[in-house]
Design a protein around this ligand. Structure first.
Ligand code: NAD
Ligand code: TYD
Length: 351
């Protein structure tokens, strides 16, 4: 069946992999990528597919109700895959209102347009909201987040995502809108903006800059290769049950310091540097405020109900990821020019 799908935030890290997956796997679908091209959005992420006839880009803001409604009118979307967001915890600590605007107001703007345009004719329609495991809060040393774990967000970022999840569910319960939500663990892979741990540290190792480890480096994250997340999104969009939630993660927990040591070792080998030289760049800095100790996702439901499993082992995925950044130095130089320098000074200057 042909579909017209609105993907928001398709020029960002995960969104660009989702756009690629959908445009290439379903040439009979029309894919519309709505993205404001903030500092995190980059059309270079989609260079390889931008000329495909079923791909369309619209530059615009998801909080712009007039624009969003006009797109629904013009293109008659059957589905929405909503990824656009402010996504970095540290930035949310500095500027929470930007997160409230995009993540909460933007999500409601899209929900309103879908509700108005679909007008109760919900057959074949789907509003798919992409969320994060951070809404569940922080785990102690054991246990996992499941789909029924109570929400307990701690950062302005996770609180804004939790709020948007609640609103998506409320539009189902109140208006019958056909919604589905997934909550994924930390992603890594090509095209991630170098404010997040893995690309930031790859770039700093290349540049021989210090590696700012927050606190003692003992916080634990559960890492998933971005293409595996994109595959899960495709599956859930097509096969997920309306009003259900699916947790996505690869049972792949790493303390920050163990992960950083592994990256240092791999990069010493790849860059032909003396063993141990990158580890010398590790610098312990002031901890992040409200820093969640541990995230770990139980993705059993997704595996048992929809048959999804991750395709890559972590060391292989990390090695491929490092190779991508080393091979795409132009991409890194472009995104770290200009405003990035000011950002870096501001966030790390007085830590
Ligand atoms: P990102 O910051 O790399 O990309 C966000 C994209 O949204 C950018 O292209 C940006 O230009 C666009 N955008 C931001 N504000 C906008 C607005 N007001 N209107 C239109 N477009 C706007 O983020 P990401 O890491 O790719 O995350 C994508 C989604 O996945 C987010 O909803 C995030 O909460 C969720 N998520 C991310 C992770 C992760 O590890 N990165 C894990 C789980 C869930
Ligand atoms: P990050 O990539 O920002 O993802 P999130 O906060 O959404 O999990 O950070 C991953 C972990 O790495 C987190 O525990 C914070 C830590 N971290 C550092 O120690 N130093 C850094 O410079 C950054 C960006 C993160």
């Amino acid at each position: 069946m042909n579909k017209k799908i609105l993907i928001t935030g398709g020029a960002g890290f995960i969104g660009s992999h989702v756009v690629r997956e959908m445009v290439t796997k379903y040439p009979h679908y029309e894919i519309y990528n709505l993205d404001a091209l903030t500092y995190a959005g980059n059309l270079a992420n989609l260079k390889d597919i931008e000329d495909l006839p079923n791909y369309h880009f619209v530059k615009g803001d998801i909080t712009d109700a007039i624009l969003v409604e006009s797109l629904f009118e013009k293109y008659a979307f059957d589905g929405v895959i909503h990824l656009a967001a402010e996504s970095h915890v540290d930035r949310s600590i500095e500027d929470p209102l930007a997160f409230v605007n995009t993540n909460i107001v933007g999500t409601v703007t899209l929900l309103n347009a879908a509700r108005k345009y679909w007008d109760g004719n919900y057959t074949g329609k789907c509003f798919y909201h992409i969320s994060t495991d951070e809404v569940y809060g922080s785990l102690g040393e054991s246990g996992f987040f499941t789909e029924t774990t109570a929400y307990d967000p701690h950062s302005p970022y996770s609180a804004s995502k939790a709020s948007s999840d609640h609103l998506v569910r409320a539009y189902h319960d109140t208006y019958g809108l056909p919604v589905v939500i997934s909550n994924c663990s930390n992603n890594y892979g090509p095209n991630q903006f170098p404010e997040k741990l893995i690309p930031l540290f790859i770039n700093n190792i290349v540049q021989k800059r210090s590696l700012p480890v927050y606190g003692k480096g003992l916080n634990v994250r559960d890492w998933l290769y971005v293409v595996d997340h994109a595959r899960a999104i495709d599956l859930i969009f097509h096969k997920g049950e309306v009003s259900e939630t699916y947790n996505i993660g690869g049972f792949n927990e790493w303390s920050n310091i163990d992960l950083i040591r592994l990256m240092c070792r791999l990069m010493d080998e790849k860059l032909g540097r003396e063993s141990g030289s990158s580890e010398k760049l590790i610098t312990y800095v002031k901890d992040r405020a409200g820093h969640d100790l541990r995230y770990a996702i139980d993705s059993t439901k997704l595996k048992e109900e929809l048959g999804w499993t991750p395709s890559l082992q972590f060391e292989e995925g990390l090695s491929k990821t490092i190779d991508w950044y080393l091979d795409n130095n132009d991409w890194m130089e472009e995104v770290t020019s200009g405003a990035y320098q000011a950002y870096y000074e501001k966030y790390y200057g007085d830590r």
